[in-house]
Design a protein around this ligand. Structure first.
Ligand code: G6P
Ligand code: ZN
Length: 540
């Protein structure tokens, strides 16, 4: 097998964002574009002789990229690649397979919840041996390598059948085409009370799980309809499609509208859920309420001991800074530590590895635990199913009981998408300049207690991450947070996060409860003046 050394020139902008390198498919289709990034990974992380896990969410370009990466792995001396059949592995399944098989790392091909197809997005990310996303020091080094690259190594062809399970040789390298679901399904059976959930379905309860024509389909079908006995047809859009059926595979009230409609109808099922492109996000929906991700984390933390895998209690919890403080209140009552990290699952890795936290979550529809090192959509749905099945309460009852006990944190995120990048930067710079004079002043009829640009010192590796979002905190605990997204591919996206804690009035509409903060957030940042936008593109 001949190894070819191909001359190449660096591309601009191969800097991984919040979660890997994400660009339009057409950008990835440029000759050498993917190859440069993959060689930069091999040049940064010592993977000669290593075992790698490889798979993606099945979106357009997934199979082409799998073939290229297998050929480059062989040329770079990798000993063994475990690849999901058809090139498919959900993001949490990659994490699970890395950990179970003691692999040295993995490559995930996904642009998560971004639309797919030839005009959509593609993405690639490197995960380390703990199963989680590479920390910033590695992604920075990979980026540096992309800027100086002059050649990459690849073998001419790799003869193996990506669709047939089994072991193949590509030169000296072993390629194992594995079932994408087996290892993951086994892990789920160790964590949850399958008998209780089976009994719940056997008693006639119903579920609507929208896999959004993306990666969670095979996992949800095997676990929910197969092992747990949910009625056939409970999983809808369960076959992964290269363009996700033309939809935006993002499980939130703005994009999973079919699910919300199904849950509000007269013959609504008992339990509604959805997952995103690569199956790491989740949304849980009751007949009355959509569970906000921040509330989901708080409810799971408060009730975790009802789930066998967490019966011993939680070591601690963590949330990203913009996520609501609902879980902080639970942590306080439980007497456990609550960590506040920057946006991005990679920041949870050290805390999980050190045994400091058991559960973590983000406002961006991500919830997870120490069972893997990624957020996990199907796992989160099984958590809620386990709680519903063993408590005898519905999703709405669990949520309302939680609010009655801990108070409610009204929460919403307003996104201004595809705005001019210079305007977005000017807006954030303007806010930064105002920070010193804000503390002590009045806004939205309340006093500002803290105004800063969030920075994080990792308690384990002591790395410092600055400029992680502008935080305005009021003395009643309300917050306005501004951040620019690190996952978009079109101009800039301004995210405005709004939170209002409330002890008494628990049944308001979130947008109504947040109205004064919403108005103040627009005025303080002069969103209209600087971006020309009066209203957000997406409200979740
Ligand atoms: C991905 C990451 C999350 C992050 C989310 C939003 O799902 O895995 O960790 O919270 O994107 O990131 P963004 O930078 O777009 O707000
Ligand atoms: Zn995702």
């Amino acid at each position: 097998m001949t190894i070819q050394t191909i001359s190449t020139r660096a591309f601009d902008g191969q800097k991984p964002g919040t979660s890997g390198l994400r660009k339009k498919v057409t950008v990835f289709q440029q000759p050498h574009y993917l190859e440069n990034f993959v060689q930069a990974v091999f040049d940064t992380v010592p993977l000669a002789g290593a075992t790698l896990v490889l798979g993606g969410d099945g979106r357009f370009h997934n199979r082409v990229a799998v073939d290229t990466i297998v050929r480059m792995a062989a040329a770079n001396g990798v000993a063994r690649v475990l690849v999901g059949q058809g090139g498919l592995l959900s993001t949490p399944a990659v994490s699970c397979v890395i950990r179970k098989h003691g692999a040295d790392g993995g490559i995930i091909l996904s642009a998560s919840h971004n639309p797919g197809g030839p005009d959509g997005d593609f993405g690639i990310k490197y995960n380390i041996g703990n199963g989680g996303p590479a920390p910033e020091k590695i992604t920075d080094a990979i980026y540096a390598a992309t800027q100086t690259i002059t050649e990459y190594r690849i073998v001419e062809s790799a003869e193996f059948d990506l669709d047939a399970l089994g072991r193949y040789s590509v030169g000296d390298m072993i390629v194992d085409v594995i079932d994408p679901v087996d290892d993951y399904a086994e892990l789920m059976q160790q964590l949850f009370d399958f008998d209780a959930i089976r009994a719940w379905f056997a008693a006639g309860h119903t579920l609507h799980f929208d896999a959004m024509s993306a990666a969670s389909g095979p996992y949800a079908t095997r676990l929910l309809e197969g092992l747990l006995g949910a009625p056939a047809g409970s999983v809808v859009n369960g076959v992964p499609l290269e363009d996700f059926g033309g939809h935006h595979p993002d499980p939130n009230p703005a994009h999973a509208t079919d699910l919300i409609d199904a849950m509000r109808g007269n013959s609504a099922p008992d339990f509604g859920a959805a997952s995103d492109g690569d199956a790491d996000r989740n949304m849980v929906v009751g007949r009355k309420h959509n569970v906000s991700p921040s509330d989901s984390l708080a409810v799971l933390a408060a009730n975790a001991t009802l789930i066998p895998g967490y019966a011993k209690g939680l070591a601690g919890v963590a949330r990203s800074m913009p996520t609501s403080c609902a879980v902080d209140v639970v942590a306080k009552e439980l007497g456990i530590e609550c960590f506040e990290t920057p946006t991005g699952w990679k920041f949870f890795g050290n805390l999980l590895d050190a045994g400091k936290v058991t559960l973590c979550g983000e406002e961006s529809y991500g919830t997870g635990s120490d069972h893997v090192r990624e957020k996990d959509g199907v796992w989160a749905v099984l958590c809620w199913l386990n709680l519903v099945a063993t408590s005898g309460k519905s999703i709405d009852e669990l949520l309302e009981a939680h609010w009655a006990h801990f108070g409610r944190h009204y929460y919403s995120r307003h996104d201004f998408e595809a705005i001019d990048t210079a305007a977005a930067n000017a807006l954030v710079d303007g806010l930064r300049a105002k920070l010193p004079i804000l503390v002590g002043s009045e806004l939205a009829g309340k006093r500002i207690a803290l105004a800063d640009d969030f920075a994080y010192d990792d308690p384990i590796d002591h790395s410092h991450s600055a400029k992680q979002g502008i935080r305005i905190v009021f003395d009643d605990g309300a917050r306005i947070v501004y951040r620019l997204s690190g996952t978009g591919t079109d101009g800039a996206t301004l995210r405005v996060y709004l939170e209002q804690p409330e002890r008494e009035r628990l049944d308001l509409d979130a947008q109504e409860a947040l109205a004064p903060l919403i108005a103040a957030s627009r005025e303080l940042a002069d969103i209209k003046g600087l971006t020309g936008r009066e209203v957000p593109t997406v409200v979740t």
